[in-house]
Design a binder for this molecule. Structure first.
Ligand SMILES: NC(=O)C1=CN([C@@H]2O[C@H](COP(=O)(O)OP(=O)(O)OC[C@H]3O[C@@H](n4cnc5c(N)ncnc54)[C@H](O)[C@@H]3O)[C@@H](O)[C@H]2O)C=CC1
Ligand SMILES: O=C(O)[C@@H]1CCC=N1
Length: 272
C-alpha cells in the first residue's frame, strides 16, 4: 500500500490538460484538502476544471508554478512544449502522466528542477487508484512532493527501472479498462444463461467488488482463493477448467497487456 499521506507541497499547481484522468486526479486532490484557489488548469477547450479552480486557454504571464502537471494526450506533447516555452522560470516539480513518453523526452522539452513520470489509473477518482512513479536521481524534496500528490489517490509505488514503465502502464494504467470489460463479459455471460440483463450486471459488479476487496485483504494469493471457491467435483471447477484449458485466460491477458505495452512503446518513440 502507499505511504502515509503527507501535506500537499506549498505553491501553485498548474495542470496542462484536464480531461478524464487529470480531472479525476484534481477532484480527488481537492477532496483531500488541496485548495482549489491554488490550482490553474490550462486546456484548449477551457472546459473540465472543477469549481473554484482558475481555468485558462493560454499560458498566463506569471512566474512558473511550484508544480506543473502534464495531463494532455501524448500526441499533444509538442503543442504543450510550444505553449510552455515562454514560461518565466521553471517549476520545482514537473509531473507527467503521458503514457509512453519517457523521462528523456520530457527533459529534452521542459525545464524543471525535477521531472517525475506518474502513471495513475481511473479509480484515483475514489482514492482507490494505482499510481506508478518513476524519476532518475530527483532530490528528496521532489520525491516527497511527488508522493504527497500520489498518496491521496490510493496505492502508489516507485518503479526502479524505466524500462518497466510501459508494462506497468499496460497492467495498472490500462488495467481498469480490462477489468470493466471483464465485468461486462461476466454480465453478458449471465444474460446468455437467461438472467435479465440488468440483474446480471448488478450481480457481476457486486461479485467483482467483493472478490477484489477480499483478495486485497487476504493473506493468501488469488490462486488459493480461487481454489477455496472451487469445491472438488463442484461447478466452479467445471467452469474454471474452461478458463484454465491451455492457460486460455493467462494467454489472453498476456496478449492483451503485450498489445498495450507495444502501443505505449510506439507513443514513446513518437515523442523522442
Ligand atoms: N484515461 C486514463 O485512464 C488514463 C490516462 N492517462 C494519460 O492521461 C493523459 C490524458 O488522458 P485522458 O484524460 O484520458 O484524455 P482526455 O482526452 O480526456 O483529456 C485530454 C485533456 O487535454 C486537453 N488538451 C488537449 N490538447 C491540448 C493542448 N494542446 N493544450 C492544452 N490542453 C490540451 C483537453 O482539453 C483535455 O482537457 C494521456 O497522456 C494519457 O496517456 C494515464 C493513465 C490513465
Ligand atoms: O489508453 C491510454 O493511452 C491511457 C494510458 C493508460 C490508460 N489510458
Amino acid at each position: 500500500m502507499g505511504f502515509p499521506v503527507k501535506g500537499f507541497p506549498a505553491g501553485p499547481l498548474w495542470l496542462i490538460g484536464c480531461g478524464n484522468m487529470g480531472g479525476a486526479m484534481l477532484r480527488r486532490w481537492i477532496a483531500a484538502g488541496l485548495d482549489p484557489a491554488s490550482v490553474t488548469v490550462i486546456t484548449r477547450s477551457g472546459k473540465g476544471a472543477p469549481d473554484g479552480v482558475r481555468s485558462l486557454t493560454a499560458l498566463p504571464d506569471e512566474d512558473a508554478p511550484a508544480t506543473l502537471m502534464l495531463a494532455l494526450k501524448p500526441q499533444q506533447i509538442d503543442a504543450a512544449q510550444a505553449m510552455l516555452a515562454p514560461m518565466k522560470g521553471a517549476p520545482k516539480l514537473l509531473l507527467s502522466i503521458l503514457a509512453g513518453v519517457d523521462h528523456a523526452a520530457l527533459a529534452g522539452r521542459f525545464e524543471a528542477d525535477a521531472i517525475v513520470r506518474a502513471m495513475p489509473n481511473l479509480p484515483v477518482a475514489i482514492g482507490k487508484g494505482v499510481t506508478s512513479l518513476y524519476t532518475p536521481g530527483a532530490s528528496a524534496e521532489a520525491t516527497t512532493a511527488a508522493e504527497a500528490f500520489a498518496g491521496p489517490l490510493g496505492h502508489y509505488e516507485w518503479i526502479a527501472d524505466e524500462a518497466h514503465f510501459d508494462a506497468v502502464t499496460a497492467l495498472a494504467g490500462c488495467g481498469p479498462g480490462f477489468v470493466f470489460r471483464f465485468a461486462d463479459a461476466l454480465a453478458k455471460a449471465g444474460a446468455a444463461l437467461g438472467l435479465p440483463a440488468d440483474q446480471a450486471a448488478r450481480l457481476a459488479i457486486a461479485t467483482l467488488e467483493g472478490s477484489a476487496i477480499m483478495a486485497a485483504d487476504a493473506d493468501v494469493s488469488p490462486a488459493i482463493l480461487a481454489d477455496r471457491v472451487a469445491s472438488p467435483g463442484g461447478s466452479t471447477r467445471e467452469g474454471m477448467n474452461v478458463l484454465d484449458r491451455d492457460d486460455a485466460l493467462v494467454a489472453l491477458l498476456t496478449e492483451t497487456l503485450a498489445a498495450s505495452e507495444r502501443r505505449n512503446a510506439e507513443m514513446a518513440a513518437a515523442a523522442r
